[in-house]
Design a protein around this ligand. Sequence first.
Ligand SMILES: Cc1cc2nc3c(=O)[nH]c(=O)nc-3n(C[C@H](O)[C@H](O)[C@H](O)COP(=O)(O)O)c2cc1C
Ligand code: SF4
Length: 408
Amino acid sequence: MEKPLICGLRFHDGSRRDFDPLTTISLKTAFVLQLVMSSIFKPITLGSMEIKNRVMRSATTSYWSDDRGILRPEILQLYRRLAAGGPGLIVKGHLYVQDSGKAHPGMAGISHDFHIPQLRKLTDEVHKYGVKIVAQINHSGIQSIIDRAGPSPYAGTGWEARGLTSDEIDGIIEAFGDAAERAVAAGFDGVQIHGAHGYLISQFLSRQVNQRTDEWGGSLDKRMRLLFEVYDSIREKIVERVPVLMKINCDDFSPRGFTIKDSVKVAEAISTKGLNMLEVSGGGVSRQSKLSDRAQSLDPELKEASFAEYARQIRDATRPMPVALVNGIRTRRCMNAILEKGVADLISMSRPFIREPDLVQRLKAGQATATCTSCGACSSREVFGKMMLRCHLDEGREARSETNDESR
Ligand SMILES: Cc1cc2nc3c(=O)[nH]c(=O)nc-3n(C[C@H](O)[C@H](O)[C@H](O)COP(=O)(O)O)c2cc1C
Ligand code: SF4
């Protein structure tokens, strides 16, 4: 009897399937099968939340809410398109927990019950597509446009911030808990504490910004106290019902700022408290983007992921808590490498979804790379509150110099 021609198909999880291409499967089908079996399309569970694949849309402000912080209706359409595009998880752009914590014009709020109905419409839209959505809750501290106040007095270029009183800190902690409760009432599947990018929690973690000498500043234990009190306040309000996630800097990349050593310690400590997922980002107050090179991998498959090497260290210290990695990831090759080489458990992206909301479907169909060039035109402060978030690349606008280090 004539022997069948046997071909082997190697899957990203290391397994191999043999088949006779002439009788069982065409090469085209095999290619499609290989894509579908790719690690990025495998589900994952974060606490009680099941996510259909490993691709998440990192928090991205649409900078298009009204003066009271209520989402404008066009934002619902933007999220409908995003959800239809099939990511496993969407993190809603940051929401201020107190009016004084508003970071920029057009930022949406979750500081009052009147914010809930419009947020509910948003979560309902996203859920129609089987996609999970969490609320990123934030206070901008010294970056506020209402009342610049942070851990201690701070002078920026052309501006000054005052230090918060202990009573004000207590009020902010309570506001995070109340915001989480509203997020659940608005139908979010979880909350993400914004602990990165030089906002209030990240300011307290930073030695450079936090000069307090009381129980909120000094040693790392004292600098991380605000984060822990915020975490407890959230858990007290929503108990174990929904997952709590956090976005953290692997490093501020600022002189005397929060470092990878600090980040590993904070990540370890918060993981033992039951955090359900940590998203690793980078860049604090007065960050210097060239410093972020030290977090990059020399592995050619991982190089585009700006913080790959630091994310690996954080994941190693916090297993089995799932870790997501954000910043610079653009190719399917890199996404698979991140998962298969144990750098992170989820792939998080922001700008690629602005340009291609249906990116996950495109990747499934065989597209190898996102077409976002990281030009940064969509995150220029000039457009905040003046127009809704969109990709400007095809509009002939002069793009800002190329950067791979976009943080809000
Ligand atoms: C327009 C815009 C808005 C953003 N808004 C937020 C935000 O609300 N919260 C946040 O944590 N990060 C925000 N970011 C940062 C992204 O979540 C992400 O960390 C950064 O863009 C790097 O990822 P990327 O290379 O995939 O874009 C924003 C970025 C952009 C471009
Ligand atoms: S404007 Fe630039 S950075 Fe923003 S989505 Fe378009 S290509 Fe990407």
